[in-house]
Structures are given as C-alpha cells and as structure tokens.
Write a protein that binds this ligand. Structure first.
Ligand code: C6P
Length: 417
C-alpha cells in the first residue's frame, strides 16, 4: 500500500503565481530588485484588493444603512458582505460578533473601554505577557491608572516563550479580570500556546482577549474552536487596506457591553430624555464607517482563501528555517527570539552595527526590513537591546529574497565587522 497521504499529494504553494498578483513587488529600489521583508509592519496588497477598492469608489460609493437609493443599497451589501466574509474566515458563530474597527489597536481599546472599564475595581488584576505589543499594554495601563487595578506581567524565557508555570501562578481566580495575550509576537515571532492559556483562564471563568494582529495572515484561526472571548486583528497585515480592522467578541459579551463611541448608526432612538442603542454589531460602529476599507478587507479574505492558509503556514515555516540558518551563519549576528513554535519573524542584532544602520544599509541593497523597538519596548529591555533589526515574511517571499537579505547583511558585516 502506498504511504502517500492526501497531505503529501497537495500541490505546494505556487509562489511565482502569488508574486505576480502583487504589483508593488515588481520594482527596483536604488537600482536593485525590491525585496520586501517588512510584512510584520504591513503586508502588500494583491491586485484583486486594489481593484475591489477602486471598483467600490468607481461604481458603488455611497453611505451605508441610510439611503433608500440603489447606490446606498449596493454599498450596504458590499459592507455587510465583507462582514460575512470575516465571520466565515475566523469561524465566528454570527455576524453580530464581528465589529469593524480601525485596526487591532482600536479593537483592544474598545474592549478596555466598554468591557473591562466598567467592571474594574481597585485590587483587580489584568494579566498580560512580557512580549506584548504596546497596543496590548497601554490600554490596560490607562485602565489600571483610573481604577486602581494592577497590571500583572507573565515573564518570558531567554528563547522568548511565555513561562507557563508563571502564567498559572499569576492567574488569580479572585483577582484576574481579563487575560490579554498575543497570538504571535511581532518582535520575537513566538506563537503562544493560546489554546492552553484560554482553557486555563476559562477554568476560572476569566475571559481572554487574543491580539491576532500577527497571526491571521499566517495561520488558520477558528475563534470558536479556540474559545476566544475577544480576538482582534488589522486588515492591513492581512493583504487588506489600512484603517480597517476587526474586533471579534462573543455575542453574550457584546450584549452587555455599553457603546464605545456615540453618534450616528449606533442608536435606535435619540431623544433629550435618553437614547437607546442599535442591535449588534452596529451598537459599536458609530459614524460613517470605513466602507471601502471593509470592501478591501473582504477581497483580501477572498484572496487568502484562494491560497489555503495551512499551505501558507507550512511554506513560511520552511522559509523561516532557511532564513534562520542562513542569517545565523553570518559572523556577529545574535537572534532575538528562538522559540520552538515561531511564525515568520526573524529579529536580530549585530555586535558592531546598530539596527538602524543595518536597516539603512540593507535598504540601499533593495531589501526592506524594520529596525527599532517594534512597539514592544519591554521585549527590548528583557533582551538587553535598544532595538533589533527584523525581517518578517509573507507568502510571496522566496529563498531568493532571503539570499538577497544575507548578501546585504554580509555587506553590513564588511562595513562594521
Ligand atoms: N505591529 C509591527 O511592525 P495596528 O497598528 O492597530 O494595525 O496594529 C497594532 C499591533 C498590535 N499587536 C501586534 C502584535 C502588532 O504587531 C501590531 C502592529 C506593527 O510590528 C506596527 S508597530
């Protein structure tokens, strides 16, 4: 009998075809072919997303949920169609659980303001990890300042993994009111054991927010299978436009949360004696929303669905292994973030070159990476560095891209080494 499984029979990712879908990739920077390795900051957009946004403005532009005319009906159908795509993409139970926001940051602030804010008292605790992005730290700090609650931080190991025993120790059945952790760390690439974290928190009825900003373009996400109470992500890191993002929240939670902002569309009735709120999810979408952004996000989800995220994940895993090997072989490089389970992020420092110098020199070789603290200053402090250089992968990157990065880093090594 053949040992070949249906898995091994799957065609590999057709990266040449994927690259052809992204017009921006086909250009030169300083006379060198562009190698885009800054996907953690934002991903590039396929032609289908650019076309969807352009078609929306050229053919359907109008306001949503308001007009009785044909254009408004079309715009509303486009906008709500995008919501249905998001629901299916993350396997939410209902469109009522999909709130459009400006991005991950606003989604987390919405939870801080409308869910946790009204519940938090002095003596309560919010539990996060040491590897969070500032968007999953500062909203909680602001709440703690106002309420007298305390922010508790789970330490991370030298490899950049959550110290799980410490998480269990810090999770207090009496005091912890929310656990908020990233699915994938933007500074280290670590994939956190969120299934285990959610199970442990739920054993004490503690809700969990997952910051999925760095996950959704790289791993399949099923919010119901995970049991996540809140899951936040940004469209622009998922091949969609900037200025649009999603807060997924369980309907039972959204039901009891007060509105985040007041204005048009979030009300049912308004009078000077008091107002009443629209049904879910509109209660949380005050004012004219980013309709074109939602349309673009819907097209981005169609695009990702056409690829198969499980294949993408396997491909990027292989590319990360290759990049890790090749980059570590360069003399004075130290990797920051060496977790067992990682997504396509390679953060590193060089003995003699500041990350900003690394970023500038490789840019002149056509290679775009990010250098800085990556909005994760506590991670930098934990690893004793002011900043790192970071190459972050997407499904359109190739081994040739990694080879170009390595050549550019060798140039840095020659100059500073
Ligand atoms: N990280 C990076 O280069 P917004 O800005 O709202 O779309 O996403 C914020 C955010 C939240 N959580 C994580 C884990 C993130 O990585 C980001 C954005 C970018 O790493 C810009 S700092």
């Amino acid at each position: 009998m053949s040992a070949v499984t249906s898995q091994t029979l799957q065609p590999p990712l057709d990266v040449a075809r994927i690259r052809a879908d992204f017009p921006i990739l086909h250009q030169e920077i300083y006379g060198k072919p562009l190698v885009y390795l800054d996907n953690g900051a934002t991903t590039q957009k396929p032609q289908s997303v650019i076309d969807a946004v352009s078609h929306y403005y050229a053919a359907d532009n109008s306001n949503v949920h308001r007009g009785v005319h044909a254009l408004s009906e079309r715009a509303t159908a486009d906008y709500e169609g995008a919501r249905a795509k998001v629901r299916d993409f993350i396997h939410a139970a209902s469109e009522r659980e999909i709130v459009f926001t400006r991005g991950t940051t606003e989604a987390i602030n919405l939870v801080a303001h409308s869910y946790l804010g009204p519940r938090l008292q002095a003596g309560d605790e919010i539990l996060i990890s040491h590897m969070e992005h500032h968007s999953n730290i500062v909203p909680w700090q602001l709440l703690c300042e106002r309420s007298g609650a305390e922010l508790k931080v789970v330490p991370i190991s030298d490899a950049g993994e959550i110290v799980y025993e410490e998480f269990e120790r810090l999770l207090s059945p009496e005091r912890t009111k929310l656990v908020a952790v990233g699915h994938v760390s933007n500074a280290l690439g670590t994939i956190n054991p969120i299934e285990q974290i959610i199970r442990a928190a739920h054993a004490h009825d503690i809700p969990v927010l997952i910051d999925g900003a760095q996950a959704v373009a790289h791993l399949p996400v099923d919010v119901q299978a995970l049991g996540a109470d809140f899951y936040a992500f940004s469209g622009h890191k998922l091949f969609g436009p900037t200025g649009i993002g999603v807060l997924y929240a369980r309907e039972a939670l959204l039901d009891v949360m007060p509105p985040y902002q007041g204005g048009g569309d979030m009300i049912r009735t308004v009078s000077f004696s008091g107002s009443t709120w629209n049904e879910l999810p509109y209660k949380f979408e005050a004012g004219t929303p980013n309709i074109a952004g939602a349309v673009g996000l819907g097209a981005a989800i169609d695009y990702v669905n056409s690829l198969d995220l499980a294949l993408v994940q396997a491909y990027e895993h292989d590319l990360l292994d290759y990049a890790t090997q090749q980059v570590s072989a360069i003399g004075d490089i130290r990797l920051v973030g060496t977790a067992q389970r990682k997504a396509g992020i390679l953060s590193f420092v060089m003995e003699n070159a500041h990350p900003h110098d690394i970023g500038t020199i490789v840019d002149h070789e056509g290679v775009a990476i990010r250098a800085g603290h990556h909005c994760a200053m506590p991670v930098m402090e934990r690893f004793g560095v002011p900043a790192t250089a970071r190459a972050s992968l997407a499904c359109y990157n190739t081994r040739d891209d990694i080879d170009a990065l390595v050549r550019a880093l060798q140039r840095v090594h020659e100059l500073f080494g």
